[in-house]
Structure formats: C-alpha cells, structure tokens
Design a protein around this ligand. Structure first.
Ligand code: TYD
Length: 354
C-alpha cells in the first residue's frame, strides 16, 4: 500500500516547510496537501517546492487540493479517496490581532476544521494524527515557570482559545475513539515566507518602505523565537516517533523582549538608525500576554529533537531570503482585504504611498 501523508495547511508558512522536508526524504511518502488558500497561503511557492524535488513532475510526489478543512463532506471524501496513513493538521488561522476583531474564521478552521479532520481520521483508521498547536494555549507566563508538556491550558486571547479547543477535541478522540494522536506546541516561529502581519516580516516591510515599525505598548513583552526549519523538523519527529496521546514542545531558547528582537532584526537586515526613529509606539493589544515561555526538556529527551539554527544565523538567513524575494507577498497584500485590515488596525496601510 502507498504511504500517503495528508498535510492540511500545507501552503502556509510552516506547512510549506513541512512538505519540503517530507519530499526531501528519499523513498518518502506521497504527500497530499489540503489548503483553503486563504490570504496567508502561497500556492505558487508550494507548487515550486513540489517541482524542485528530483526534477519530477509535481504529480509524482505532491498533490495539492484546494478546500476548507471545516467542510466535512469534502474532508471525508478526500480521506476515503487518498487513505492517508498519517495526517498532519497545520490548517489554522493564526493572527491574534485578527482574532480580536473577528474570531469567526478562527472558530471555523481551528475548532470545526479540527473536529472534521479528527472524525474522518477515526473513520479512515489513520495510524498517526499530529495536531500542530501553539505555546499561546498556556496563556501569560509572566512571573511563572516555563510551561511543561504536561501542564493544563489557560488561553487568554480568542485565537489561543480556539487552538486550545482544537487540542481538546484531539485529546478527547485519543481517549474515546482510539485515535493515535500527538499534539505539538511551538513558540513564535520566524523564517522565509512568513506573511507580513507577524512581527518580523511586518517590520521588514515597514522599514523597506522607510516607515517606522509599530510597537505595541512598552515593547517589553517577551517571546521565544524558533526558526521555521527547526519547528518543521520537530513536527515530523513527533509524527514519526512520538508516543500516542503525548504533547511535545518546541522552544527556541530564552525569551527576548519585542524591542530587543526588533533591534537584532534591524541589524540582521543591515539597517542602521536609532530605535526612536525606526520604532513607533502604538496602543497595546487588548489582553496582550506579557510573556510566553515553553519548557521542552521532555520533548528533547523523547524525540531527540533540538533546534539547529542559532538566533543570529536564523535572522541573517531570513534577511537574505527577503532580499532575494522582495515581491513574495506583493499580490496578496492587494487582495483579500489585507490592506484594509492593516488600515483599520494601525490607522494606515503597511506601506504608505509616497
Ligand atoms: P506576533 O508576531 O503577532 O505573534 P504573537 O502575538 O502570536 O506572539 O507578535 C509577536 C509580538 O510582537 C507580540 O508580543 C505582539 C508584538 N507586535 C507588535 O508590537 N507590533 C506589531 O505590529 C505586531 C504584529 C506584533
């Protein structure tokens, strides 16, 4: 029987790298991507990944299906047809600020979508289900130790709440339907191809247009950063050798303040100036978590996983990629109401026409 892996959200930022790493395995599986191709997806880049492998036509290892993970009929039909052995669920709405202004798409994709996928996976006797989640489900860690793999969830924003719900549905299916699933939770991820609504690519976009980057509140909120290649490698390690029902954490090191992160990023981009000139303080995000921190000791021990990229080399490689792909998101920024969202959020679009 063919070994097929279904990757939902495979045209997204982390999903695309997961697909690339799967295709890089020699004798690796057939990969089927299901992706709704919403604003943060990049189908052209995903097709290029498929085409770059061994000079084979895309169809030989990678099949791309456009569709909504919350469409139960579509998901059941697709699963019955392709019979995946493994399902990796990376389909998600992820931007906290968007969830604060309209959480409906988050509930649909992150909660209903997960439920549809879980049900179809039980019906199709999938051997391994991986739910890709986030450190945000643990809520604010200020004044507290880093979250451990066995800790309970305490989400504080609508996005994190939908991810925690999705995770709970997966955990319930492990207990009550015999689904062999694992859950992965990573910290803030960065790297090539990230949509410029997140901190680092948005700053690069702003600075590239000679605009200051917006900093929420005092800029002293802390996040841990992980390169996307390391995050994807962790997800695949959990898929291959994780223990049924377990939660795995992928942390990138120590928490850094947003202000310090932006200063390092500015240097990696080879740009100078004083923070007062290239940063602009704006109103804080409602309910903004001051600190995220993940402990990943158990994960490292059990999966043999560790991040390979240092912060400095990861930032430099990302800056290099941006310099060679300046137009990567150009058409998307004009579509899907993205500019309108920025204008409503910050009072101006990301790039102000001069
Ligand atoms: P983000 O990339 O949205 O990830 P998350 O909220 O999931 O951690 O934001 C990272 C941090 O940067 C977060 O503390 C919010 C802050 N931030 C800003 O200060 N300004 C911005 O314009 C954005 C998008 C984020």
């Amino acid at each position: 029987m063919t070994d097929t892996w279904l990757v939902t959200g495979g045209a997204g930022f982390i999903g695309r790298v997961v697909v690339e790493q799967l295709l890089a395995w020699t004798e690796g599986p057939q990969v089927v991507v299901l992706d709704a191709m919403t604003y943060a997806a990049h189908p052209v880049a995903l097709r290029a990944v498929g085409e770059s492998y061994a000079g084979l036509p895309e169809s030989s290892r990678l099949t791309i299906v456009e569709g909504d993970v919350a469409d139960g009929v579509l998901v059941s039909k697709l699963m019955a047809r392709v019979r995946p052995r493994v399902v990796l669920n990376l389909a998600a709405e992820t931007h906290v600020d968007r969830s604060l202004s309209n959480n409906a798409p988050f509930v649909r994709t992150n909660v209903e979508g997960t439920e549809m996928l879980v049900r179809a996976s039980v019906d199709c006797r999938v051997e391994r289900f991986v739910q890709v989640s986030t450190d945000e489900v643990y809520g604010d860690r200020v004044g507290r130790r880093a979250a451990r793999e066995t800790d309970g969830v305490e989400p504080t924003n609508p996005y994190a709440a939908t991810k925690a719900c999705g995770d709970a549905l997966v955990q319930a299916a492990v207990r009550s339907s015999g689904l062999d699933a694992v859950i992965t939770r990573g910290c803030n991820t960065y790297g090539p191809g990230q949509f410029p609504e997140k901190l680092l690519p948005l700053a690069a976009l702003r600075w590239g247009a000679d605009q200051p980057m917006w900093v929420y509140g005092d800029g002293l909120q802390e996040r841990v950063w992980l390169h996307v290649d390391d995050h994807a490698a962790g997800i695949l390690a959990a898929a291959r050798v994780g223990t049924e029902g377990a939660v795995y954490h992928f942390s990138g090191g120590r928490p850094r303040t947003n202000q310090a992160t932006l200063e390092s990023w500015r240097r990696a981009l080879g740009l100078g100036g004083r923070p007062d000139d290239y940063l602009r303080r704006v109103a804080d995000r409602p309910g903004h978590d001051r600190r995220y921190a993940l402990g990943d000791q158990e994960t490292r021990r059990q999966l043999g996983w560790a991040p390979r990229r240092s912060w400095r080399s990861g930032l430099r490689a990302t800056a290099k990629w941006l310099a060679s792909n300046p137009q990567f998101w150009a058409s998307s920024l004009e579509q899907h109401g993205v500019s309108a969202f920025f204008a409503a959020q910050y009072g101006e679009p990301p790039v102000v026409a001069s």
